[in-house]
Write a new protein. Structure first.
Length: 194
């Protein structure tokens, strides 16, 4: 079977009602198989469409998050640092909260598994983590699922819109962070009387 988007879609759809469960199960196993999240996000959109691809990816990603968070909490810092090494330098910081988990999950450049492991080492509770994880993964899942759902027609307005949405998800947080850092510097200078 040729590995084309059309062939992948036809194969997964041939699984019938089990396709969503298998897809979400792949999300749960993904952290241990080192399978790229972007392929699962895009694949979900390709097979299930933008809406259901988003729903299944957000649920599957949150289930995977619960598992890796719990593993980090149970096995501790040494285990996690061995798994993610230097890919995520802020891992050692204990100042994690729902807001940070949400923001890191929205931005598509941060590795999802590292976020989950890092949160598992922090003081954040599992319930707060899961809410922030689901809320943060949903926009990312939608952007990639929308892209996947339009990938079969790259000349369509939907495909162009999906590309723009992905660019916005990457660029906007970087611009906001730069503004925030600049505003903090100005405030510190003003407070110090310089």
């Amino acid at each position: 079977m040729p590995l084309t988007p059309e062939a992948v879609r036809a194969e997964v759809m041939s699984w019938g009602a089990m396709a969503p469960a298998i897809y979400m199960g792949a999300w749960v196993l993904r952290p241990f198989l080192f399978f790229p999240t972007i392929l699962l996000f895009v694949g979900g959109g390709l097979v299930f469409g933008a809406l259901w691809g988003t729903v299944y990816a957000a649920i599957g990603g949150t289930l995977a998050g619960a598992l890796t968070f719990s593993i980090a909490r149970a096995l501790g810092r040494e285990f996690v640092q061995e798994r993610v090494r230097n890919r995520f330098p802020q891992l050692h910081e204990e100042r994690w909260g729902p807001g940070l988990v949400f923001v890191l999950n929205v931005i598509p450049i941060f590795p999802v598994t590292a976020i989950n492991y890092g949160a598992g080492l922090s003081q954040i509770g599992l319930g707060a983590f899961l809410i922030a994880e689901l809320a943060g993964l949903t926009p990312r899942a939608f952007a990639y699922s929308f892209f996947g759902s339009s990938i079969l027609d790259i000349r369509s307005p939907e495909f162009a819109g999906a590309v723009v949405l992905l660019v916005v998800l990457v660029v906007a947080p970087a611009l906001l962070r730069r503004r925030f850092v600049t505003a903090q510097r100005v405030a510190r200078r003003g407070a110090s009387g310089v």
